[in-house]
Design a protein around this ligand. Structure first.
Ligand SMILES: Cc1cc2nc3c(=O)[nH]c(=O)nc-3n(C[C@H](O)[C@H](O)[C@H](O)COP(=O)(O)OP(=O)(O)OC[C@H]3O[C@@H](n4cnc5c(N)ncnc54)[C@H](O)[C@@H]3O)c2cc1C
Length: 482
């Protein structure tokens, strides 16, 4: 039995299923409403697959107007709504409740405008992250945030979770690359925030929406910054026989003032599995860093030179600078396939906490000790350059008690991140996964202030209300709806 609970579904909504589905069908095309239980099961979970619950119904609008029409119905009828992009959340962000309508943005697929002079692209939010770059790369541009799930995840979810990726060390995460949004409020009103200029006047509401986890509005369109592709890029692999020394190397690189585009970290359990899967030529060592720099060939040489000197001072067991495009692609293939490779041999829960870079060595050591205490293996793969850790706890979903032990181990790791001055989440969001730990990071007063913001955008608490805030903290507000 998992320790994560969900609120009891609203019986008055369950009882009105047929009427609600009829009302939604009256404003949406016939194939845009799914209510048959055999089909709603396809939406019962996201990538945090340990938790499942089929929704009441699913709507798949194709335009902002259709989203607004669906929201008006749900608002009038008091029906909870869970927004969904591609369903790749690792925090349970798009997990339905039994009384909710899933509002999926997968059919919002248009590229609305590309403007190279002003370096932006405007897309509907159902497009995948990778297809944004795909649309502009022949003209020498790219969209910088690059979650490892970029082939599948949608811009909708990237905005809601403020997603990052390996190359965000240099380019920032979604919020640093988002210029504007069009969104539908709970009552169906369509609102636009930001625009193509650098900084909109007034309060930074765009910053508030980015990372709001589907709590405030449904984002249907996004204006994204695109950048000219760098002249070139080259990684170096550096292996160490100690996690702590690898952590020290990361700190020394950052302190030196070189700004690599990415510093990625893998530990021995992860290297073993990834190497079997991708045959990337990784050395078997305790900790492997992949450090990538970019620019002109002279800039690349200069940065690599400085990084190699810093690493050599720490006696690496292996140091290999990529000598060709093929070698670079292979090095990245291993890292990018780490989660998939791990999933082939084990159930795992992927955590996502952030620590100050100087705390990396201690945090890694302590995670190793916690692994012994909880009797569960852990593999570490993460964006070390910005201290964003992704410990993968390996467990057997079919073994009674393993899920609970995994949850307890995960909670201890996230508490550790907070204790060393970091935070509960780096890029995956809070969702249900970290919801009950929010009081480790914030006081009850802090959370009250955050909930007052939700009150303004979503007074009836219809949007994704079982997420982010601990259930006991949000209970009074959620009861207001019922
Ligand atoms: C193998 C793997 C690797 C991953 N690697 C990374 C990584 O490197 N970096 C990273 O940041 N994440 C990573 N993730 C996590 C995940 O891909 C991201 O959180 C992603 O942004 C989710 O996008 P999605 O479209 O799938 O959103 P969903 O899972 O569908 O939804 C995520 C959240 O967004 C909300 N939402 C969805 N659509 C809207 C909308 N239109 N308006 C308002 N709210 C909305 C949902 O309610 C939910 O709270 C990874 C996941 C997997 C499975």
């Amino acid at each position: 039995m998992s320790t994560i609970s969900m609120p009891k579904p609203d019986q008055s909504v369950l009882d009105r299923k047929a009427i609600i589905v009829d009302a939604l069908s009256s404003v949406l095309p016939v194939d845009s409403v799914i209510s048959d239980e055999r089909e709603t099961h396809a939406y019962e979970c996201d990538a945090l697959t340990a938790y499942r619950c089929p929704p009441l119904a699913v709507v798949l609008p194709s335009t902002t107007e259709e989203v607004a029409a669906a929201m008006r119905i749900c608002h009038q009828m008091g029906v909870p709504v869970v927004p969904r992009g591609a369903g790749t959340s690792l925090a349970g962000g798009s997990l339905p409740t039994a009384d909710s309508v899933i509002l999926g943005t997968a059919r919002l697929k248009d590229v609305v405008e590309v403007d190279y002079d002003n370096r932006f692209i405007r897309v509907q939010t159902g497009v995948t992250n990778l297809s944004v770059t795909g649309h502009v790369e022949d003209d020498g541009f790219f969209y910088a945030p690059d979650p490892s799930s970029q082939l599948a995840c949608a811009i909708a979810g990237n905005i809601a979770m403020n997603s990052g990726g390996a190359h965000c060390l240099k380019y920032g995460v979604t919020t640093n690359n988002l210029l504007g949004v069009k969104m539908v409020m709970t009552d169906g009103e369509v609102v636009e925030l930001g625009g193509v200029a650098m900084d909109a006047p007034g309060l930074d509401l765009l910053g508030l929406i980015c990372g709001s986890e589907g709590q405030l509005a449904i984002v249907t369109e996004a204006t994204l910054r695109i950048l000219p592709k760098p002249e070139g890029a080259r990684p170096v692999m550096i292996g160490f026989d100690s996690a702590e020394v690898a952590g020290e190397c990361v700190g020394n690189i950052i302190r030196s003032g070189v700004l690599p585009v990415a510093i990625e970290y893998m530990d021995r359990p992860c290297i073993r599995v990834v190497e079997n899967f991708a045959k990337a030529g990784y050395p078997m060592c305790e900790a492997l860093l992949i450090v990538e720099v970019e620019g002109s060939e002279a800039e690349i040489e200069d940065q690599l030179d400085r990084i190699v000197k810093i690493a050599e001072a720490l006696d690496p067991v292996e140091l290999r600078v990529s000598e060709s495009l093929e070698e670079s692609a292979l090095i990245w293939k291993g890292r990018k396939s780490a989660f998939g490779a791990m999933g082939q041999i084990n159930d795992y829960m992927c955590l996502d906490g952030t620590v100050p870079i100087s705390a990396l060595p201690f945090t890694l050591k302590r995670i190793g000790e916690l692994s012994q205490e909880h009797g569960l293996e852990v593999a570490n793969v993460f964006h070390a350059g910005d201290g964003n850790m992704h410990p993968l706890i390996l467990f057997d979903a079919n073994r009674p008690g393993d899920l609970e032990r995994t949850e307890a181990f995960g909670a201890d790791i996230l508490r550790l991140c907070v204790e060393v001055g970091g935070c509960l989440t780096g890029e995956h969001g809070v969702g249900i996964e970290k919801r009950d730990l929010m009081l480790e990071q914030f006081t009850a007063d802090d959370l009250e202030c955050q909930m007052q913001v939700k009150d303004v955008f979503d007074p009836d608490w219809l949007l994704n209300a079982a997420k982010v805030f601990p259930l006991e903290v949000s209970e009074a507000r959620r009861q207001r709806v019922n």
